[in-house]
Every structure is written in structure tokens, then in C-alpha cells.
Design a protein around this ligand. Structure first.
Ligand code: GDP
Ligand code: MG
Length: 202
């Protein structure tokens, strides 16, 4: 399936958010976790900027997606600012620009939050805080373990088991932007979540 995508806008304030219409998928993760790479791999173009200098994006970037052959856009991807640069770990929301909290708690069209964790590193306090925040907010979310190509099959199984033990109630997928592994599974989850929002609003 070919996806046509278009950058909509960059929001640094609640007033900048696009008017809620299409189901939205939010991508969250520590800086450098591979968030832009996941988004680019899903849409098949360099939509989100990948960068080796972490911490540049302090806005929510909205992208509109249309499936090839369909007349209208169906989905919005929201690329949220990376977190986790504070040396001393604090409440996750204390590090966030003030518009993130209302986005995650109140956005009516938010269908799914995708929490990205690096499969190559042990579970991080800041990820735990985000996942606790999402659980408490009652938003549907799932965890995607990124950069799986850097691990052997055994190492990846171990890493996924460790994440599952740390986040027992979460659904956890793995993903490699390099090989495309995990892409179909993630698209399935995104479509399922988007349909449930589209149905509940119709
Ligand atoms: N091997 C490998 N490297 C990756 C993958 N995804 C991202 N990276 C690398 O990780 C770094 C950060 O990626 P980026 O997408 O910019 O992360 P972001 O800061 O979370 O948006 C870059 O150097 C990427 O090339 C992956 O699936 N496999
Ligand atoms: Mg990025």
C-alpha cells in the first residue's frame, strides 16, 4: 500500500493544533530513539527529519496521510518532541512544553499513542514515566522497540521479554527502520486504532 503524505504544520501552542477531524497517531520517545526514522519508514519517504543532533524539535509536527487511490486524507501522524535530556530524571511532564499535556489528555481525535523505546538499551526511567502517564490518561497506547536490526534474534527476544516484564500490561512490537522489519504489524495496529476512532465519531 502506497501512502501519500504531506506536512501540515508545526505547533508550539494548543491554539496551533489543526482542528480535530481525522484520527491521529502520536509518536513519542526519548530523543534519538529513532522516532523520525519510524515515521519515515511507515510512510516511505523522508517526511520527518532524521538527525544525529538530538533535541532540535520542540514542537508537535503534524502530517496528513492519504492512501494511494483514495480521494481524501484518512489519518494524521503527530510527531511529538523527544524527551529525556534532563540529567536528573524528573516528572516527565515537567520536562515537556506546556502544550504536550493537554494534547495527550484532551485531543478528541487521538486514536493511538506509540511509545518508542530503544531495543538496544535497558528500560529507562523516563520511558517508564511516559508509560505511566499514558496508562493513567486512559489513552490507547503501544510500545515499539526500535533499532531491532542491531540485535541478534536471541538478544531481541531477551530485550522484548525484559520490556514486557517492566511494562506488563502493554502491547509491545519491534521495529527496524533499516530493514523494515515490524512495519506491517505496526501499520495493522495503526489502522485498527484509526478505524475505532472513525467509527466512534460517525
Ligand atoms: N540501525 C538502526 N539505526 C537506526 C534505526 N532507526 C534510527 N536509527 C539511527 O538512530 C539515530 C536517531 O534516529 P532519529 O530517527 O533521528 O531519532 P529521533 O531523534 O528519535 O527522531 C540516527 O542516527 C538513525 O540513523 C534503525 O531501525 N536501525
Ligand atoms: Mg526526530
Amino acid at each position: 500500500m502506497r501512502v501519500l503524505s504531506r506536512f501540515l504544520l508545526s505547533a508550539t501552542d494548543v491554539g496551533h493544533f489543526p482542528s480535530p477531524s481525522l484520527p491521529e497517531i502520536a509518536f513519542l520517545g526519548r530523543s534519538n530513539v529513532g522516532k523520525s526514522s519510524v515515521i519515515n519508514a511507515l510512510v516511505g519517504t523522508k517526511l520527518a527529519r532524521t538527525s544525529s543532533t538530538p533535541g532540535r524539535t520542540r514542537a508537535i509536527n503534524f502530517f496528513e496521510l492519504r492512501m494511494a487511490g483514495k480521494p481524501r486524507p484518512e489519518l494524521i501522524f503527530a510527531d511529538l518532541p523527544g524527551y529525556g535530556y534532563a540529567r536528573i530524571s524528573r516528572e516527565i511532564s515537567a520536562q515537556w512544553p506546556s502544550f504536550i499535556d493537554p494534547y495527550l489528555k484532551q485531543r478528541p481525535t487521538l486514536a493511538l499513542c506509540i511509545s518508542l523505546v530503544d531495543s538496544n538499551i535497558a528500560p529507562q526511567e523516563s520511558d517508564q514515566q511516559l508509560i505511566d502517564f499514558l496508562s493513567a490518561s486512559g489513552r490507547p497506547f503501544l510500545i515499539v522497540a526500535t533499532k531491532s536490526d542491531r540485535l541478534s534474534g536471541n538478544q531481541l527476544s531477551n530485550a522484548l521479554r525484559t520490556f514486557q516484564q517492566r511494562y506488563p500490561s502493554a502491547r509491545i512490537l519491534h521495529f527496524s527502520a533499516k530493514t523494515g522489519s515490524g512495519k506491517e504489524e505496526l501499520w495493522q495496529e495503526i489502522r485498527k486504532a484509526a478505524e475505532s476512532v472513525a467509527v466512534s465519531r460517525s
